[in-house]
Ligand binder design. Structure first.
Ligand code: GRF
Length: 215
C-alpha cells in the first residue's frame, strides 16, 4: 500500500477528503503521518481522530528555514512515504528540500495555475474580473506554485461572488475532489514526474487534465 505523508498548516479540509478517500478506497494509499508547522490546528485533530500520528514541527522553533526544513525532512523520512501531499501547507520550501522529494510531492493550489501563484488567489481573480477561476494540483518544484500542473477544475465566476463564496465553492466542488484524485494516480504509479515532465499512464501530459473530462 502506498504510504502518504500529508503536510498541513490549518483546517485540514483537504486532509479530511484524503482520509475519506483512503477509507473508502478511492485513494489507493494509506496516510502514515500528518505533519503541521503550526500547533493546535484542526487538521491535527482530524488526524488524531483517524488514529494517525499527528506531528508538529513548529517553524518558529527553528533559527532559520534551513534548520526547520532539516527537522521537517527528518520527521517525514521516519515514515518513508512514496507520496507527500502539501495540503494547505503554508510555508515556502527551499530548493534543497524540494529537490530531495522531487517527483514525490504534490500541492493543491486555489487558482488556475499558471494564473495567481502565491496568496490571495480569490481576491486577485475577482479584482482582475476573471470569468473563470478554480484550483490546480501540481508537482512541487523549486519555483513557487510553478511545477507541472496535472489536474484542474474550474468554475464560472458569478456576478455576486465575493472572496468567501468563491473560496467555499472552489473548496467544496473542486479542491476536495481533484486532490484525492491526483493522489490516487500518484499512489498507484499512474502519475509520475520525469525530467520535469508530468506523465500520466506513461504519456507526457501536454496540458493539465480538466476535472470535467473525468467520468
Ligand atoms: C486550501 O484552499 C488550499 O488550496 C490552500 O489552503 C487551503 C487549505 O485549506 N493552499 P484546508 O487546510 O485544506 O482546510
Amino acid at each position: 500500500m502506498n504510504r502518504i505523508v500529508v503536510l498541513i498548516s490549518g483546517t485540514g479540509r483537504n486532509l479530511q477528503a484524503i482520509l475519506d478517500g483512503c477509507d473508502n478506497g478511492t485513494v489507493n494509499g494509506k496516510i502514515v503521518a500528518v505533519i503541521s508547522n503550526k500547533p493546535m490546528v484542526t487538521g491535527l485533530e482530524r488526524a488524531q481522530k483517524a488514529g494517525i500520528p499527528a506531528i508538529v514541527v513548529p517553524h518558529r522553533d527553528y533559527p532559520d528555514r534551513h534548520a526547520f526544513e532539516q527537522a521537517l525532512a527528518h520527521s517525514i523520512d521516519q515514515y518513508q512515504p512514496q507520496t507527500i501531499a502539501l495540503s494547505g501547507f503554508m510555508r515556502v520550501l527551499g530548493d534543497d528540500f524540494v529537490n530531495r522529494y522531487l517527483g514525490k510531492m504534490l500541492n493543491i493550489h486555489p487558482s488556475l495555475l499558471p494564473a495567481y501563484p502565491g496568496l490571495h488567489t480569490h481576491r486577485r481573480a475577482l479584482e482582475a474580473g476573471d470569468d473563470l477561476h478554480g484550483a490546480s494540483v501540481h508537482f512541487v518544484t523549486p519555483e513557487l506554485d510553478g511545477g507541472p500542473v496535472v489536474l484542474q477544475g474550474r468554475t464560472t465566476v458569478q456576478a455576486d461572488d465575493d472572496e468567501a463564496s468563491l473560496a467555499d465553492r472552489i473548496m467544496r466542488d473542486i479542491e476536495l475532489k481533484i486532490f484525492p484524485q491526483a493522489l490516487d494516480w500518484h499512489a498507484t504509479g499512474r502519475l509520475t514526474l520525469q525530467n520535469n515532465q508530468a506523465m500520466l499512464d506513461g504519456t507526457p501530459l501536454q496540458k493539465p487534465v480538466q476535472f470535467t473530462e473525468l467520468s
